[in-house]
Structures are given as C-alpha cells and as structure tokens.
Design a protein around this ligand. Structure first.
Ligand SMILES: Cc1cc2nc3c(=O)[nH]c(=O)nc-3n(C[C@H](O)[C@H](O)[C@H](O)COP(=O)(O)OP(=O)(O)OC[C@H]3O[C@@H](n4cnc5c(N)ncnc54)[C@H](O)[C@@H]3O)c2cc1C
Ligand code: SF4
Length: 508
C-alpha cells in the first residue's frame, strides 16, 4: 500500500502536516518539468531559484527520513508533464493512492485534476497550509462582489486580532497610514545590503540549458542571490526587520537608480514558494513594533501588504477565474514595445526598471506599477502581453498573485474590480518619487516637442481616449478639470504628439 504525495515547486512548506513525521507508506514526489518551464518564457533566475530550492527541500526531507522520488529536468525517465510522470511513478511504486496539496494556480489545478483522473486511484486534495484565509472563506467573502481592499483588510485585522487596542480599535487611531508613506529617498538613511549571499548554481544552469529550456534575463548562475532554503529565507527576514522595516513605510513609494530594494523586504519569492509562512513574517513585524523598534506607520504599512493585499488578490483570482484571464475592459490591443525585453530605451525610468528586472528578476512594487505598468497602460498595450511579461520576468511571479496585480491593479483590464481608478500618471509623479528624470534624454516638464517626456502626452491621450469610462469617477475629476483649463493649441499639440509617439513606440 503506497501513497504518492505530490509536492510542487511553490509548495516548499516544511511545516506542512505531511512532514511532521516520516511515513514509510508514502513517497513524496517532486518533478522539474517542461510543462512548467514552458507555459511562458521565464526569467533564468526564476527557473534556477525554483529548481535549486526544490532540490534543497527534497534533500532536507530525505535527511529527515522521508521517502522522496525527485525527477530532475534532464533525467531520462522524466516524461516532462504531471500526468505522464505520475502514471509512471504510480506503476513504479504500485501506488494505491494519490494525494496532493491545493495548487495556487488555476492552470495547474486543472492539469492536476486531469492527471488525477487519468491515474484512476483514490485521491485526496489537502490544504497547502499556507494562507491566512482558506479558499472556502475567500469564496464566501468574494462571492457576490469583490470587496474593496480596505474593507477586506480591516476585516482580516479584526479576525486575526492584529494591531487592535482593547476596544477593538486600530492601534495608532487609524487603519491606514498610507498618507505618511510617500517620501522620496534622498540617499539617506542608508539602505541595508542585499540580504542574501550569492550561491553558485552553474551546474544546475548547465542542466537547464542542456534540456533546451528557453529563458529571459541574466542567469547569474555563478552568483544567484536569492534564498534557496528556509534558513536563508529566515535570515533575510531578520535583516529586513532590523535594518529596513523602520523605514519601510516612509519610503515605500520611492524609486532610485542606486538601490533596487530600498527598504523593501525582497521576501516575495520565499513567501510564494512557501519557504516562509505569512504569519511568521507578520509576527516578526509586530514584535519589532511592540519592542519599540519601529513605528506604527512602518509596521501597519508592511502588515497591510501581507495580511491585506496578498490575501486579497488571491480572493480576486480564485473568485473570478477563468474569466478574469480574458478581461480587457479598455480594449487595449497594442503589442508591448520591443525594449521591454532588452531595456534599450531612451526613457531613463523604463531603462532602469527594465534593466534591473532583467539583471535581478526583481523590481519593487512602485517600479512595477508606476513605471513599466503605467507605460503599458498609457500606451494601450494588450493585457495578455502585459500579463505574460510580468509572469515571466519576476522571480515571485505565480499567476494567482501576478494576474490581479497586472490585469487588475496595473492595467485596469478588469474594469475596476481591484483598483477604484486607473494607476495612470504623467512624468510629474515619476519625477517626484525618484531620481530617474535627472539625466534623462527627455524633459519631464514638457508635453510636446522632440525632447518632451513621452509619459506626458501619452497620459493625456489615455485620459481623453477613455473619457467616457472615467469622467464620471469622482476620483478622476481633477485631471479632467486641468485638461479643460489648458488652452486649445496646447491640447492639440499634446494629442498630436501622443499620436506620433504611439506610431513609433519601439524607438522611444
Ligand atoms: C504589475 C504588478 C505585478 C505584480 N506581480 C507580482 C507577482 O507576480 N508576485 C508577487 O508576489 N507580487 C507581485 N506584485 C506585487 C508586489 O509588487 C510584489 O509582491 C513586491 O514588489 C515583492 O517585493 P518585496 O517582497 O520586496 O515586497 P515588499 O514591498 O517588501 O512587501 C512585502 C510583501 O507583501 C506582499 N505584497 C506586497 N504588495 C503586494 C501586492 N500588491 N499583491 C500581493 N502581495 C503583495 C508580498 O508578498 C511582499 O513580499 C505585482 C505588482 C504589480 C503592480
Ligand atoms: S523624463 Fe520621463 S521618460 Fe525620462 S525618466 Fe522622467 S518620467 Fe521617465
């Protein structure tokens, strides 16, 4: 009587009930397969980090006495797909039962349902024991309509009893300290060093290349600086709490050419692969607050990302898939400019944000939202293409979290389910929040003319193109009033400039 227990690359949760004690009747199966490397072109570091972390996880399970069957990408018996591998393994072990954890992605859940049906064995799907809101609870909270993040988040704070005083009121007198969190980073205070020492994974890279996996970005195979084990992830959490969290809130929206992380945690890869549990990350932040090491704005700002946004986007995803993947409320159809894959553009902000993403497989939230996302939104790029780019390029990109952020928050393709207004901005926002505009070939203050910043004309063209969609939104009233105050020749020149830009996006 043997049970096969499947563990996916984003299920590296050492505290899962399956692993409390070794069970000779169970074989844990893990596989590096082409169906997972090829459904989109991934960043080389994403493939490397997931495989390297999987291998270390499998070794740790074996060392703890678990039976593990691990299929490497280049193994001859690897059939490169879930169904074919599971059938072969079931025959090999004469398995009588199949068990798996809930997959986080719709696509994978469907593949595993099919694989399980083909196996024809009694099977069970168990919770992955990771999120703070179970799938059933999410289904209830999101069934009729998608709540606004703020109300979902307050409800989560109440349910988990976090940052509340004795009267169940928010500590600090407010639920949200966002308004305090908009400073530009002037170079001070100093940022912490990158939290992880590089690991040499060049042998694994050779296997990936030999298997013919297509990737994008720089592999950094001899210096992969991401956490590959739970203890490395925990060490990164400690660095963040001590050195970055005190400044997290204040500089949350800042961008800099000098620092990729600034005061962000870089923990999304460890969280999304489940090496870290969200509760332990929140607890570490709360402990720092209680010890007086960080103020309420920093602590609340960080807790909101994990307890609020991370759980919330999962609710949007699971309550609205598969239709969500087809949404295109603004009827955006343009391809992404070619320089999204090279970083070779004259626009300094995009050159920097894309260049950094290709180099590190990482950009922080405001770079994703207000630089690369904002440009694609203003230019009217097809959300399918934008989704594929974000899903490929970032080390933390798994569809359940990537898609609502990209289609919803950043591209407004869901018609406002996630964002109450589009995150569209001209150069003045980028200039205020970053040092990108200094030394850019374009002038942030100009709307038209050869050296005018493309964000400006494209912003107004976007606003006018979608006036019927947005003019009645009270949060959008101000820009429409500003447009009406502009004189006619200025308006015409701005829109004509935008149309010329849209014809030559690849050359900007
Ligand atoms: C267009 C776009 C695409 C995105 N794609 C992804 C993605 O594929 N995977 C992903 O994990 N995040 C994604 N995000 C959300 C966010 O940008 C990243 O979680 C964050 O930049 C990761 O870096 P960090 O760990 O340093 O985050 P920090 O700023 O340190 O935040 C701490 C943690 O909070 C969580 N978090 C913060 N913001 C969000 C959010 N909006 N949604 C969900 N969780 C959040 C993450 O787990 C993150 O690790 C995307 C955002 C945008 C605008
Ligand atoms: S001037 Fe425009 S293109 Fe250049 S960095 Fe600033 S916002 Fe970006």
């Amino acid at each position: 009587m043997t049970t096969l227990r499947l563990v996916l690359g984003d299920q590296l949760n050492a505290s899962h009930p399956w692993f409390r004690q070794p069970d000779d009747g169970c074989v844990v199966v893990m596989m590096e397969i082409r169906s997972e490397t090829d459904y989109v072109v991934h960043h080389a570091q994403k493939v490397l980090a997931i495989f390297a972390a999987m291998r270390r996880f499998a070794e740790a399970l074996q060392a703890a006495g678990h039976r593990v069957h691990y299929l490497r990408i280049g193994d001859s018996e690897n059939r490169q797909g879930f169904a074919a591998n599971l059938q072969w393994l079931a025959a090999h072990y004469q398995a009588t039962r199949f068990e798996r954890m809930e997959a986080d992605e719709w696509r994978v859940e469907r593949l595993l349902d099919e694989a399980s049906a083909r196996l024809g064995l009694p099977s069970t799907v168990v919770d992955a024991a990771h999120f703070l809101c179970e799938r059933g609870e999410l289904a209830q909270a999101f069934s009729e309509r998608v709540p606004r993040l703020e109300y979902f988040y307050r409800d989560m704070r109440r349910r988990h009893g976090l940052l509340l005083d004795d009267h169940q009121k928010p500590v600090g007198g407010r639920w949200n300290f966002d308004a305090d969190n908009r400073a530009r980073w002037p170079g001070e205070p100093p940022t912490p060093d990158w939290p992880w020492a590089p690991t040499d994974v060049s042998a694994l890279w050779q296997e990936i290349v030999a298997a013919g996996v297509r990737t994008l970005g720089e592999p950094g195979a001899d210096a992969l600086a991401w956490p590959l084990t739970r203890s490395q992830a925990r060490a990164g959490l400690q660095v963040f709490i001590k050195q970055a969290l005190p400044h997290f809130g204040r500089f949350q929206d800042a961008m800099s050419t000098r620092e990729p992380l600034l005061f962000h945690s870089g923990l999304s890869f460890a969280l999304n692969t489940k090496m870290l549990h969200p509760q332990e990350v929140i607890d570490a932040a709360l402990e720092a607050f209680e010890a007086g090491a960080v103020d309420i704005a920093a602590c609340e700002g960080f807790v909101r990302q994990i307890l609020g946004w991370r759980e919330y986007v999962r609710g949007v995803y699971w309550s609205r898939m598969p239709d969500y993947a087809q949404t295109n409320a603004l009827q955006a159809r343009r391809p992404l400019p070619r320089w999204y894959w090279t970083g070779e553009t004259h626009m300094a902000c995009l050159r920097h944000a894309i260049g950094q993403s290709l180099r590190l497989a990482y950009a922080h939230h405001i770079q994703r939202l207000m630089i690369t996302g904002n440009f694609a939104l203003l230019a009217g790029c097809d959300p399918d293409a934008v989704d594929a780019w974000y899903l490929g390029i970032y080390i933390d990109a798994f569809e359940w979290v990537e898609m609502p952020n990209t289609r919803g928050m950043s591209q407004y393709a869901d018609g406002g389910l996630v964002a109450s207004k589009p995150y569209a901005a001209s150069a003045s926002y980028i200039k205020r929040q970053s040092d990108y505009c200094k030394g850019c070939r374009y002038a942030a203050t100009r709307r038209h003319g050869d050296d005018a910043c493309p964000f400006n004309a494209l912003y107004w063209d976007f606003m006018l193109r979608h006036e019927a969609d947005f003019a009645s939104n009270p949060r959008m009233a101000m820009p429409y009033r500003a447009w009406k105050r502009m004189d006619e020749p200025e308006r015409t020149a701005t829109l004509e400039h935008a149309h010329r830009l849209l014809e030559r996006l690849d050359t900007l």
